[in-house]
Ligand binder design. Structure first.
Ligand code: FE
Ligand code: FE
Ligand code: ZN
Length: 277
């Protein structure tokens, strides 16, 4: 048994550079922002850089990459300009993802900012229906959220409702963030089988394509969304180990979004790999 494990990397030095960095870190997948995390302009992809990354991914037998949409993208914003900006980002990001076919694009469903969950869900599904195409080579992932404020996606049911309203459900999946799910009130430490069973019942485990692998600074149900280093938070090392080794989660990419520097990421990547040896 082995695992696809990696962390979030900066795209500043280009695509191949991220691949090389992850090889140096000892991992075999990674995440990156498709644009500046605070929004704004996305760097144009250089064809040579992209093809260099694609051959590295194949040569090093990487698992699928999990790109992350901008935090500022809110497809269900009440403000029309904010919503339009989000639609522009989604369209641009999905076009760019086609240059690295076969990978995933994960995003935060959005915050309904008082419009209500139902309206939010309709707006998110509507946005996806505008830009998902039958011939695209990217799987779009809705991230499970902590349920902070008016965030949508803190309940599995909300993600299911979005997927139910998408015309091309085959292009959509879910990325499970362990910190978020825990903060949302799902007890990953005390009842992992129960939580995964609930995920399967409500969404379907076949729709789970990736994990964000984080510990949490806060208690289960806190709705805070503050990530912690593996084993230093409230979920704890033992529970995280059981998650990584769970039979239902084998073969999926695990992305660390823990508060670490490079040395810390390298250490966590090796810690997780050691669980498999
Ligand atoms: Fe995220
Ligand atoms: Fe996350
Ligand atoms: Zn988070």
């Amino acid at each position: 048994m082995s695992i696809y494990i990696g962390c979030h990397l900066s795209v500043t030095d280009g695509y191949e550079a991220m691949g090389k960095t992850m090889v140096d870190f000892g991992g075999n997948t990674f995440a990156f922002f498709t644009r500046n995390p605070r929004g704004g302009k996305s760097k144009e992809l250089q064809p040579d850089d992209v093809s260099a990354l694609l051959s590295l991914l194949e040569r090093e037998r990487f698992g699928p990459l999990v790109a992350h949409g901008s935090y500022t993208m809110n497809l269900c914003a009440a403000n029309e300009q904010t919503r339009e900006n989000g639609l522009d980002m989604l369209r641009g990001d999905l076009l760019r993802m086609e240059q690295i076919p076969g990978n995933m694009y994960n995003f935060h469903p959005g915050a309904h900012v008082g419009q209500g969950i139902e309206t939010g869900i309709l707006l998110i599904a509507g946005a996806l229906n505008e830009f998902l195409k039958p011939d695209m080579h990217t799987t779009v992932l809705l991230e499970t959220m902590a349920g902070k404020g008016t965030e949508i996606g803190g309940r599995f049911e909300e993600l299911r409702e979005i997927i139910d309203r998408v015309d091309l459900p085959g292009k959509v999946g879910v990325c499970l963030d362990t910190c978020h799910v825990w903060d949302a009130g799902y007890d990953l430490a005390g009842d992992l089988d129960g939580v995964l069973g609930e995920f399967d019942r409500v969404i379907g485990l076949e729709r789970l394509f990736a994990l964000h692998f984080n510990d949490s600074k806060n208690e289960c149900g806190s709705h805070k969304d503050r990530h912690e280093k593996l084993g230093e938070g409230k979920i704890g090392a033992e529970a995280l180990r059981r998650i990584a080794l769970h039979p239902a989660l084998q073969g999926l990419p695990f992305i660390l979004e823990t508060p670490n520097d490079n040395v810390g990421y390298i250490r966590e990547i090796h810690t997780v790999q050691d669980w498999f040896s």
